[in-house]
Design a protein around this ligand. Sequence first.
Ligand code: ISL
Ligand code: CA
Length: 557
Amino acid sequence: MENSVIDRAWWKECAVYQIYPRSFFDSNGDGIGDLAGITQKLDYIASLGVGAVWLNPVYDSPNDDMGYDIRNYEAVMQEFGTMADFDALLAGLHARGIRLIMDLVVNHSSDEHAWFVESRKSRDNPYRDFYIWRDGKHGKEPNNWASFFTPSAWKYDEQTDQWYLHLFSEKQPDLNWQNPAVRAEVYAMMNRWFDRGVDGFRMDVINLIAKAKGLPDGTGTPSPEGYVFAPEHFADQPQAHEYLREMRRVCFDGRDCMCVGETPFSSSATGFSYVDPVHRELDMVFSFDLMDIDSGRSGKWEIVPWNLARMKAIIEDWQTALATGWNSLFWSNHDQPRPVSRFGSAESEVPRVRSAKMLGVAMHLLRGTPFVYQGEELGMTNVPFRNISDIRDLESLNFYRLAAARGEAEKAWQAILRKGRDNARVPMQWSAEQNAGFTTGTPWLMVNPNHDRINVDAAEQDPDSVLRFYRALLSLRAESRTLIYGEFALIEREHPQVFAYTRTLEDETMTVLCNMSGKEARLTKAVSGACVLRNMHGEMEERLLAPYEARVIRSHV
Ligand code: ISL
Ligand code: CA
C-alpha cells in the first residue's frame, strides 16, 4: 500500500452471492425457480454475510441459452414473475443492506428481439445495421469464424440473401456496436435500470463487443467442421475500450454503482487495461485463466489434469498485474463445474467438507472481491447425470451432437459429466426432501441425488458444515482491513502441495496456508502467530498440514 491512502469502495469490501434464478427456489410449483422464490430466501442470503447479489439474466427470453438470449431488455421473463416481483425483490435486498447487480447481455440479443425481427426484414430496414450482416463469399460464409456453440458463426437468411454473425447460438445474433444508435439504445436501457434502483451490472462477454475491421479470417487450427475460432479478431479490440469509456460517461459517472465485465481470453495485462484506475472503464473483470487450467489445446472439452504450479502462477500474475486495480475472486459460476469436484475431492464426506472449506479460504482471502456461486457454500458437487437426455444446456447438447456424428459420443459424454454447465445449474439443495425442497412440482433439471446429505437444512444443524464455515470465512474477511486491502505475496512458491500467501497492511500480516492435496504436507518454514481460522479440529503441528487443511495465521511486526 506504499503508505498511500486506501482507495475504499463498497464493492471492494463486500462479497457477492451469485444466484441462478431458474434453479434457486420455486415459489409456485411449476418446477422453475423464480423471483418470488428468491424473495422468500432473503434471510438465508443475508445470513451468508454478503453485501451484494448478482442475478443471472431475468429478462424476457425464449431461453435458447437460458436467458442469455434476450427478447426484451425491459421486461421480466414470464416464468420468473412480474416487474412487481422484481421490485419487491430489489426492495427486500435493499432493506437488508444488500445491493443488486444485474446481468447485462449486450454483445448479442435474441433473434426474437424486436430489433432483430425488424433487421432481418429488408436490407434497407432502419434496424438493418443494428446487427452484423454480410454477403456470402462464393455461396459460403462471409469468413471462416467458428462460433462458441455451433460450427459456424454465420447464419444465412434467405429473405435478404445475406448472412448474420452470431458468436454464440443462431438465436443470439451479435449486435453491431459500431452503430451509434445501438450504443445509444443500450445506454438508455441501462440508465432506466439504474433509475429503477439496481446497483450495477455483470457484463456478459463485454470484451467481445467490437470486432476487427473487415472481419478477417482466423488463422488458427480449424475445427473438425472446418471453422476457426478467432478471438484475435473479436476479443479485446481497441474499440471495445472506446465503447466502455463512453458507457462510463453516459451511464456510470455520478452513480454509486459497480460494474464487472466477463472477459474471456483476456491476459492479465489486458484485464488491467479495463480496470486501470486512470480510466476505470470497469471496476473488475472475470478472468478465464484459472477456468482454462484443465483445458487442452482444442478447448474446454479436452480435459487435462490441472497443476498447482500453474495455478499459483496464474493467481500471482493477476494479483500482481492488478495491484493498483482490483480483482474478482471466483472458483465457479453457472458456466463451470463444481469446484469441490474439480479442484478438491468429492469422493467421500470428510475430504469433501474439508476441501470445500479449504478452497473457500484459498480463493476468497486473495486481494479482490469474492463471488460465491449458489451452492458453493454447501460444497455442492458435480452431478451423476445418467445420459444425454438429462442435459438441458445447449452448449453440451450441441457438442454432444457434433461428437456423436463423428462417432465420439462416449468420449463426449465423459467430458460433459466433468465439464458440462448443467453441473452448476441443477436446483439448489435446500433440504433432504423430495426435489431437495426446491420445488413441489417437477424440477426443470434433475436434482442431485446427494441432496439427501448435502443441503441447507442439514448444514444449519451441523456446526462443522461448509455453510457455517463460509459464514465465518466471509465475516473474517469483512472485518479485516488487511484481508480486504492488504498487499498480496506468494509464499511456499515451489511447494508441490501447498498454496500459501500473505496479505499485509501496515504492521499486520495474515498468512493463508492451504494444502491443496489429499496427502499430509510439510511446510518449508514455520509461521508463527495466532490461528484465526482453520477448516478442521484436532491437534495442530506448526509445520504440518493435514490433507486439504487450511489455516489463517495473524501476526504483527
Ligand atoms: O460457458 C463457457 C464455457 O463453458 C464459455 O465459453 C461461455 O460461453 C463464455 O464464457 C461466455 O459466457 C457468457 O455468455 C454466454 C452464455 O452462454 C454464458 O452463460 C455466459 O456466462 C453467451 O451469452
Ligand atoms: Ca416457479
